[in-house]
Design a protein around this ligand. Structure first.
Ligand code: NAP
Length: 239
């Protein structure tokens, strides 16, 4: 990077893919704001990042709370003043017991809960951080989605709350990209692949670092990079 330190906020950065994205951006020279709702887990992640040589600090952030998100934006404005990168990584799968995500017995409370984190949370955080992002020279927003949200691929187990939440996240990403078309703000969605984290019960050989790579790539796109797309390691993911 050029001599000026850039700041990146990663939501849900206390573990899994989010922590790996924070680590990767930190290794590239970004100062990383670790957005996490649990203070002990947040500070533990900050310590881990610092121990590996990354400039990191914690930001209390529950993406489902308007108050928490507003306080996080105020906190970042005080400490950093500007934001170069926002990675909306925080996400949940939602309960599946008792047919909760079988479409024929779908628990609408589960749908609401999943949408509140995976979609409304992204909108909440993005809009709260926009004034800070607009201060940056080349702002980048990355929404961590999933190929389970691809209407074309129809991959993974039937999960009628989680998969549509990622379809909607993809659609919202496109709306933001259209809105930002004439600006320097670049927004894209990515799929990390099937990664060994708490989310999947570590039932994969793909590491969090491998899953983080595409988000890091999109967070560091040049000014003529793609906008409003959906990407994984292989390139474009079908909508
Ligand atoms: P993970 O290990 O379960 O981590 C999820 C992170 O999100 C945790 O830090 C969690 O914090 C945070 N989070 C959840 N709700 C939050 C809230 N309301 N406010 C703030 N943070 C919140 O899962 P992961 O596998 O790393 O998943 C990260 C992202 O990748 C998700 O968006 C997921 O949908 C996506 N993804 C994962 C896979 C995969 O195979 N793992 C595949 C495709 C897409 P707590 O520790 O406080 O719960």
């Amino acid at each position: 990077m050029d001599g000026v330190t850039k700041t990146a906020l990663v939501t849900g950065a206390n573990k899994g893919i989010g922590l790996a994205i924070a680590q990767g951006l930190g290794a590239l020279g970004y100062t990383v704001a670790v957005g996490a709702r649990n203070s002990a887990r947040r500070e533990e992640a900050v310590e881990r990042l610092r121990a590996s040589g990354v400039e990191a600090f914690g930001v209390a952030l529950d993406v489902t709370s308007d108050d928490s998100v507003a306080a996080a934006a105020a906190d970042l404005e005080r400490t950093a003043g500007t934001l170069d990168v926002l990675v909306n990584n925080a996400g949940i799968g939602g309960r599946t017991d008792g047919g909760a995500q079988d479409p024929t017995t779908l628990d609408l409370d589960v749908v609401r809960t999943v949408l509140d984190t995976n979609v409304f949370g992204v909108v909440r955080v993005t809009n709260a951080m926009l004034p800070l992002l607009r201060q940056a020279e080349s702002p980048r927003i990355v929404n961590v989605s999933s190929n389970m949200g691809s209407l074309a691929l129809r991959t993974g187990p039937v999960m009628a709350a989680y998969a549509p939440s990622k379809s909607m996240l993809n659609s919202v990403t496109v709306q933001y990209a259209r809105r930002f078309a004439e600006t320097n703000v670049i927004v894209n969605a990515c799929c990390p692949g099937y990664v060994a984290t708490d989310f999947t019960g570590f039932a994969s050989s793909r590491t969090a670092d491998q899953g983080a790579a595409i988000a890091i790539r999109l967070a560091t796109l040049p000014d003529d990079g793609p906008r409003g797309g959906f990407f994984d390691d292989e390139g474009v993911v079908a909508w």
